[in-house]
Ligand binder design. Structure first.
Ligand SMILES: C[S@@+](CC[C@H](N)C(=O)[O-])C[C@H]1O[C@@H](n2cnc3c(N)ncnc32)[C@H](O)[C@@H]1O
Length: 366
């Protein structure tokens, strides 16, 4: 990976942070996500579905509720973005099977990594043989039929590249990546930049302030919104991040379940950034897509009854009481994932009975 980055820098002079992230995570042969050993205890990080089956089961219930609120729809496309090991979809399919409604559900997975695709195929074959895989949203768009779409994206947006800008001497400069003494290092562009600051942040930066944006996230979001507009449907986006514009550096690297230095272990550690849910909301609203106020993962899972589900699981498996209680705590406690992770629902339905009243479960009043 280091040589790939060096030859890129040699050709271009410097590369943007977004290009650096893109190559480190998604290079077709050496990118981090091309490996199969990144998740879980043996890997580098654990996501919510990998913590416990309750997470996927609750999302499955959310889906059943969503479909029940759209009773006139005979068919749906259920689309997962960045499905990792396939655990979330496996738990969803298991829980949805118990509440099978009349609607037909076509399942589509969008996954950039061939190794993870293979892992997902193996895991899901026993639940549902008829699942379709796509490497990107363009491929998905040409494969789906005209049924309403339900998108799920858990820890997908945090993996998309970001740009960073630093405010120095009254000017913004983009943070770049170059080579120094044979090492890949962070540096600043010499040329002043004009980042796309939201109005609320204009003329408010102090010296040394960092501004982040993620054109890649908006690029993916636009493709999702376009599909919602033609097919109708809803997108459930779960990730860690903030609701509200601000300054700050949220780029982070994780290896072996610990924070690591961004410019080390190139291609063999996860690099992510917090998702700016306000930027996603504003983008959706500008396109007349309804965005429910973003809620915390704790509120969403608690509203949907994760506490009760945990009690049921403990009753059935008393020997696993500690494990289940700890998992519940990790998912909803304020000092664990409960507050940092946010849940967003974006939807577009033009059916006259549904357009204005549709509130997905978990997004109601406290
Ligand atoms: C942090 S993992 C999350 C996995 C899973 N959703 C979970 O919660 O366990 C990110 C996932 O997104 C995939 N991914 C990253 N960038 C992608 C892209 N541009 N297009 C499609 N999949 C992508 C990765 O290969 C991986 O499956």
């Amino acid at each position: 990976m280091e040589n790939i980055l060096k030859s890129y820098v040699a050709q271009k002079g410097l590369m943007s942070l977004a290009e650096f992230m893109q190559i480190c995570l998604s290079h077709p042969t050496h990118g981090y996500y091309m490996r199969s050993d990144v998740f879980g205890k043996q890997g580098d990080f654990t996501t919510a579905p990998e913590i416990n089956q309750m997470f996927g089961e609750i999302i499955g219930l959310w889906l059943v509720d969503c479909m029940a609120k759209l009773p006139h729809e005979p068919e749906f496309n259920l689309i997962e973005l960045g499905p990792g090991r396939g655990t979330l979809m496996a738990d969803i399919l298991r829980s949805m099977a118990k509440f099978k409604g009349k609607a037909k559900v076509n399942i589509h997975m969008v996954e950039i990594s061939p190794k993870l695709t293979e892992m997902q195929r193996k895991k899901l074959a026993k639940f549902e043989p008829n699942i379709h895989w796509h490497k990107d949203l363009d491929e998905l768009k040409s494969a789906i039929n005209s049924a309403p779409c339900i998108f799920l994206a858990n820890e997908f947006f945090d993996a998309l590249p970001i740009a960073q800008y630093e405010f120095l001497d009254d000017q913004w400069f983009e943070r770049m990546v170059g080579e120094k003494a044979g090492k890949i290092v962070p540096t600043l562009s010499m040329k002043p930049a004009q980042p796309n600051l939201p109005d609320i942040l204009k003329n408010r930066a102090a010296d040394g302030a960092i501004f982040e944006d993620s054109p890649a996230s908006l690029y993916y979001l636009d493709k999702i919104l376009a599909i919602l507009k033609t097919n109708q449907g809803i997108a459930l986006i779960i990730d860690y991040g903030h609701d509200g514009h601000g300054f700050g550096d949220t780029l982070q690297a994780v290896k072996n379940h610990e924070y690591a230095k961004i410019f080390e272990n190139l291609g063999s550690q996860d690099i992510t950034a917090h998702v700016n849910f306000t930027a996603l909301t504003e983008r959706a609203q500008a396109q007349n897509i309804v965005a429910n106020p973003v809620v915390t993962q704790a509120k969403f899972l608690n509203d949907l009854g994760i506490g009760l589900r945990a009690q049921m699981l403990i009753r059935k498996n008393p020997d696993k009481k500690l494990e289940i209680s700890e998992a519940l705590n990790r998912l909803v406690a304020e000092d664990e994932m409960g507050n940092l992770f946010k849940v967003m629902a974006l939807h577009y339905f033009d059916h006259k009975d549904i357009k204005s009243q549709f509130t997905p479960a978990g997004f109601g009043l406290e």
